[in-house]
Design a protein around this ligand. Structure first.
Ligand code: MLT
Length: 312
């Protein structure tokens, strides 16, 4: 299905639908961003963007799949911080985030929220800290696997509280949220792109946000730092990738569609309602993503090695 070179009978790229791989379950925060982004990008590309959820191993199976896919401009990946934490978390990673991809650009930054099940007997950050210290590993903390930002946030949370919870991994935070709503787990740290509707519907307990400053979308929510966890910060960023060797013309077209989407009110308004912030233009480029990824690999590599968390 290659259409490169001189006038092909199949027409110019793209001449059929494009796959955008999401490393976590449908309905979760990464999926919400991907579907809305894909719908907007399709308007520029003139082809649909099909979301493909490939779950497992905290997002690394999806990255591996895309790294090994045909570099023909029809397979892309959207992934978050997990792309940068994978080399430290997985000792036998079969791909290198820094060398095995073509880089398209960044999308949006998303705060996280610390939530409890609705009937958790703890209120406010002070109540949560007390409850956590008293109940330790009796508390079930849901996440989306090693390499998910819910895991990263939970790891930092346990470290800063000096407690160890019991971790329950899911294929994404969509099923983790279902478990929280059903009372099967106690605590979840998750992105506002999934949690704001549940918070506004009063179906979960909100303890705080993981940014250093309060956020516009939830102005009454304290930061974890205000709640006594000094310096606590997790911000989620999203990058779009293609297999290494993807024709530069395809990367450029996909990037142009991405940048158009980041100005499209249909996408930007939805992101604003869900607490997400579109990245500045300098980050919307292949170079912007690559430089950022390198800095995040360095930053989180150090934090994770210090915490001693990894899979063999
Ligand atoms: C996570 O890393 O926790 C994910 O964003 C979860 C998801 O998209 O399901």
């Amino acid at each position: 299905c290659l259409a490169w070179g001189s006038a092909s009978a199949q027409g110019a790229y793209p001449n059929h639908p494009i796959s955008l791989v999401v490393p976590f379950a449908a309905g979760g925060p990464t999926d919400v961003v991907a579907r809305s982004l894909g719908a907007s990008m399709a308007k520029t590309l003139g082809q649909s963007v099909i979301i493909e959820n490939r779950t497992g191993a905290g997002g690394t199976l999806a990255s591996q799949h895309v790294a090994r896919s045909a570099p023909d401009g029809y397979t892309f990946l959207i992934h978050h911080n997990g792309m940068a934490t994978a080399p430290a978390l997985y000792r036998k990673l079969s791909f290198n985030p820094l060398t095995d991809f073509a880089y398209v650009g960044q999308v949006a930054d998303v705060p996280m929220t610390l939530l409890g099940r609705k009937d958790l007997p703890a209120d406010g950050m002070a109540g949560f800290v007390k409850y956590a210290k008293e109940n330790g590993n009796k508390i079930n903390l849901a996440n989306a696997g090693l390499g998910a930002v819910s895991q990263l946030c939970g790891m930092l949370l346990q470290e800063s509280l000096g407690v160890q919870f019991t971790t329950v991994p899911y294929a994404g935070t969509a099923p983790a949220m279902t478990a929280l709503l059903g009372g099967q787990v106690d605590v979840l740290c998750d992105q506002t792109t999934q949690t704001i509707p549940q918070i506004k519907g009063d179906r979960v307990k909100l303890f705080g946000v993981t940014t250093l400053e309060r956020i516009k979308a939830l102005p009454d929510a304290p930061t974890l730092q205000e709640g006594g966890l000094k310096g606590f910060e997790v911000k989620v960023w999203h990058g779009v990738y293609a297999p290494k060797g993807t024709p530069p013309e395809a990367v450029a077209k996909f990037n142009a569609a991405l940048r158009a989407a980041l100005k499209d009110p249909a996408f930007t308004q939805k992101m604003a309602e869900l607490g997400a912030e579109i990245v500045p233009e300098a980050k919307q480029t292949p170079e912007g993503l690559q430089t950022w990824l390198q800095s995040e690999v360095d930053k989180w590599g150090g934090v994770i090695r210090k915490a001693g968390v990894y899979a063999d």
